[in-house]
Design a protein around this ligand. Structure first.
Ligand code: ZN
Length: 455
């Protein structure tokens, strides 16, 4: 069988790999979905030509935590607190989801991610109200063609979240057997766990044992501040003997210094979602506190009910929040922030890959890695002229610059357009789901209930 070859030619390669570095006017040769070679003026015949003149060639972003199922109710809580979010989204809205709503949520949400250059998405899925909901979530990711970690969580509903005595659903065993008998696919499995405090301690022990028996990673929310809630999730986990390098800790915003030390000492990874943490009052993003302990965080979008679904916003929010944290009480000391734009790009790419245990496959461009590649058209009014390509990505670029996206060498977006998806049909399905879900929860605006022609 002849190999499928792709030559991405004459772009500015920002590899995020220490050996490859930046390659101006560089080429990337892809063979059968894997990066074969990166260099200048590669002499290659019989390859599909992708002209990257005027573009940055970079690894796809990795979003380490997104509740993709919320896409059909995007924007329903544009400006809420975490207390309000829990009451509305998990206490009410989630209960109105049908499997088809989860499918279109994950399908459209994954397309949104790809459109913004996110090629790997950890889908933190706590909408498993029935096994059909789980099947629909996985199918939605598959249909979009994204690389994903499907993190299977509990059903929606408040009874699952406050010292709950309900164990993680056993259906995850069926899902492991049905979809994830190999760990080499484009989609892999993780357990979206509740911290002790969200569940009771016996349940937490059960859930951690379940994940480890299945041989899958664990992703858990910790340290979010809620009114009148006093819990130390990580300390509880430590006392239960649960901490380990197979776990990613999301937020850690109100975690104590001792708890952050415990994460570092046990080799855990972290996911900071700076926009939502500042919007809803989870607490200040702990980016610098984690770095000080040697934990290089990844970044995540979290809830698309309140947050834009791309990584440019996350990078910029993480950067400026951390830098103003170096502000002192007196003008007699120079402002000395430590975090750089290059570091936040690492967080959004290679550190994200590490948090998903996919760093051997994605997160940077290097021979032998999967060809998860984004072309940013930087001959655009918001990015031209270019001086520092990493600065162009982190400070100036946005989704409008994402010209082409490849996942394992397969084009999912080319020349600014999706390949093989009927977006009008997607929009129809999203609106139908929005109307069903929000009218059930009494949240559908009057204007949206009318015929779509009026929209
Ligand atoms: Zn979350």
């Amino acid at each position: 069988m002849s190999s499928e070859r792709l030559l991405i030619r004459n772009g500015f390669v920002v590899s995020m790999d220490a050996e490859v570095g930046n390659v101006p006017y560089g080429d990337v040769l892809v063979e059968d979905g894997t990066i074969a070679e990166i260099g200048r003026g590669l002499d290659v015949s019989e390859a599909e030509d992708v002209d990257a003149t005027g573009m940055i060639v970079m690894p796809g972003f990795v979003d380490t935590h997104r509740h993709t199922w919320q896409t059909p109710v995007r924007g329903v809580l544009p400006c809420c607190t975490l207390d309000h979010y829990f009451a509305v989204m998990l206490g009410s809205v989630g209960g109105h989801y049908r499997p088809e709503d989860v499918h279109v949520g994950n399908y459209a949400g994954a397309l949104e991610a790809l459109n913004g250059g996110v090629t790997t998405l950890l889908d933190w899925s706590h909408i498993n109200n029935t096994p059909d909901h789980s099947d629909a979530a996985i199918q939605g990711l598959k249909d979009a063609g994204i690389r994903a970690v499907y993190a299977h969580g509990v059903p929606t509903g408040g009874e699952w979240w406050a010292f709950s005595d309900l164990e993680h659903p056993e259906d995850i065993r069926r899902i492991r057997d049905t979809y994830f008998s190999s760990d080499d696919g484009l989609i892999t499995l993780a357990l979206a766990a509740r911290a002790p405090g969200n569940s009771n301690f016996e349940v937490a022990k059960h859930d951690w044992e379940l994940a480890r028996e299945l041989g899958i990673r664990i992703s858990v929310h910790v340290g979010m501040r809620l009114t009148n809630v006093h819990v130390t999730h990580v300390k509880n986990m430590h006392e239960l003997g649960l901490l380990g390098p197979d776990t990613t800790y999301i937020h850690c915003t109100d975690s104590t210094d001792e708890e952050l030390d415990l994460i570092a000492e046990t080799g855990g990874t972290a996911s900071v979602a700076p926009y939502v943490e500042m919007l809803m009052g989870h607490g200040p993003p702990p980016t610098g506190k984690l770095i000080a302990r040697g934990v290089r965080p990844s970044l995540s979008v979290d809830v698309v009910s309140s947050v834009p679904g791309e990584m440019f916003t996350q990078m910029r929010t993480a950067l400026v929040h951390e830098r103003i944290g170096a502000f002192t009480a007196t003008p007699d000391e120079p402002f000395s922030p430590a975090l750089s734009h290059r570091e936040v790009l690492e967080f959004a790419t290679i550190e994200g890959a590490r948090a998903c245990a996919l760093e051997d496959k994605v997160g940077s461009l290097a021979p032998g890695k999967q060809a998860d590649i984004v072309l940013l058209n930087v001959q655009a009014i918001n990015t031209s002229p270019m001086v520092d390509p990493v600065g162009t990505i982190v400070v100036f670029a946005d989704t409008s610059n994402v010209d082409s996206v490849f996942v394992a060498g397969r084009a999912v977006k080319r020349n600014g357009e999706f390949v093989g998806h009927d977006l009008n049909r997607v929009f129809e399905r999203l609106e139908e789901s929005r109307n069903h879900i929000l009218s059930g929860g009494g949240l559908l605006p009057e204007w949206a209930a009318g015929p779509m022609a009026a929209v």
